[in-house]
Design a protein around this ligand. Structure first.
Ligand code: BG6
Ligand code: MG
Length: 224
């Protein structure tokens, strides 16, 4: 058994549950109301970044329009209302394949677990999924000045768990998230497209491929 790894730090949206899709749907609604082009490719750029940064990226696509700070606040609040409607139906059945087993195996191996999500809705979703008991730490993104791809949220997770970043594995579905994990000095697992997540140390097409022993063996076999 790998002795080096003391904690796993998880992203939430698109890793633990398919809420990345719900963010996409809510932003699509806002973009279409504003007559702004928006598709899944462009949405990749929004994954992992904050609500306001996401909005700014969408509004960039309508350069001739003028949005005041209060217009932007109103649009971000409306997007969040749409998103909250969508997450209202989430329950334990919405856990992505393999995640519950992975969480149980990690806890069973005496390894810590933290959540490093940029979403202010994360605590609600974790509660709805019924998995709060697995997490020793849920980092509050409101408390982190620099979002992903800066490493700060991952570093905060490690420090709250009282482990060193090099003793951690980070799990992400977003390019900005994988970059944050690598900048924090952790082993990075990317879930999704290898084109988007190429900086990760280990990439899987979906969460059902994640198995604790396999991950620990890969870390052991990694050349330093
Ligand atoms: C991240 C998502 O986890 O949280 C982003 O990948 C989202 O798409 C961000 O914008 C902020 O979420 P929220 O729920 O605070 O608007
Ligand atoms: Mg994500």
């Amino acid at each position: 058994m790998n002795k080096r790894i003391k904690a796993f730090v998880f992203d939430l949206d698109g890793v633990i549950t398919d809420s990345a899709e719900l963010h996409y749907q809510a932003w699509s609604r806002i973009a279409s109301e504003q007559g702004i082009p928006f598709d899944r490719d462009y949405n990749e750029l929004l994954k992992g970044i904050s609500r306001m940064e996401s909005l700014e990226k969408i509004l960039e696509r309508k350069p001739d329009a003028c949005f005041t700070a209060s217009d932007k606040e109103a649009l971000a609040a409306r997007k969040n209302d749409y998103y909250k409607e969508l997450i209202g139906t989430i329950g334990p059945q919405a856990l992505l394949a393999g995640i519950e087993t992975l969480l149980k195996d990690i806890v069973g191996a005496g390894i810590g677990i933290a959540l490093a999500s940029a979403s202010r809705n994360a605590p609600t979703i974790i509660e709805r999924l019924g998995i709060g008991h697995f997490f020793q730490v849920i980092v509050d993104p409101a408390d982190i000045p620099h979002g992903k791809p800066y490493p700060d949220i991952y570093l905060r997770a490690a420090s709250e768990l009282r482990v060193s970043p090099k003793e951690c594995v980070g799990v992400e579905d977003a390019e900005a998230g994988v970059q944050a994990i690598k900048r924090a000095g952790m082993f990075a697992i990317g879930i999704g497209s290898s084109e988007v997540l190429h900086e990760a140390d280990y990439i899987v097409p979906d969460s059902s491929f994640l198995q604790l022993q396999d991950i620990l063996d890969r870390i052991d076999n990694q050349k330093d």
